[in-house]
Design a protein around this ligand. Structure first.
Ligand code: HEC
Length: 144
């Protein structure tokens, strides 16, 4: 594996590894976190394959890609209503910068849709944009 691929995989595992950190009780917040856990799971699969940690399987990659597109497309609708929960890491800035938040969700949709899962190499080529889209939104709208 090249250094670049290794760095990419480390980043993706970091992003996916945030999962199960929180345990909200508010139903709206729970839905956000479940949606994001779905993003985490799909990214873990795709990142694992891109980094050679998991055997490349085109059908499985296609499924994870479809899940990622689905989840990305649901972000705006799920976050539209502001809610709060002590376990939530959602920044209140989401609702004062709504258009920018939606643009970041759309950027993830675009990156996920562009993923070419026909081979490990093409998957590797597309995963940087996916990881970047996760990170871009988390940096601004997910509290540490
Ligand atoms: C448009 C913004 C946005 C994008 C894009 C985004 N996220 Fe998130 N993510 C959030 C916010 C906001 C939270 C905090 C939710 C909360 O705790 O209420 C979060 C939380 C999470 C969590 C923690 C969930 C939990 O159970 O606490 C994981 C895992 C996660 N995101 C993974 C990802 C991955 C992987 C991607 C990219 C494939 C991604 N996210 C893309 C906004 C985004």
């Amino acid at each position: 594996m090249t250094f670049k691929a290794k760095a990419l995989v480390a980043t993706l595992i970091l992003v996916a590894g945030v999962a199960v950190a929180a345990d909200a009780t508010d139903p709206t917040v729970k839905a956000w976190q479940e949606l994001m856990d779905g993003n985490g799971a799909a990214t873990k699969t795709l990142g694992g394959m891109a980094g050679g940690k998991m055997a490349f399987d085109a059908a499985e990659a296609e499924q994870a890609k479809a899940a990622l597109i689905d989840h990305a497309g649901a972000i705006a609708a799920k976050f539209m209503t502001q809610a709060s929960d002590p376990a939530s890491k959602a920044s209140p800035d989401i609702w004062t910068n709504w258009d920018d938040f939606v643009a970041k969700a759309n950027a993830l949709s675009t990156a996920a849709t562009a993923l070419d899962v026909t081979s490990m190499e093409t998957l590797q080529a597309g995963m940087g944009a996916v990881g970047g889209a996760c990170k871009d939104c988390h940096t601004k709208y997910k509290l540490p």
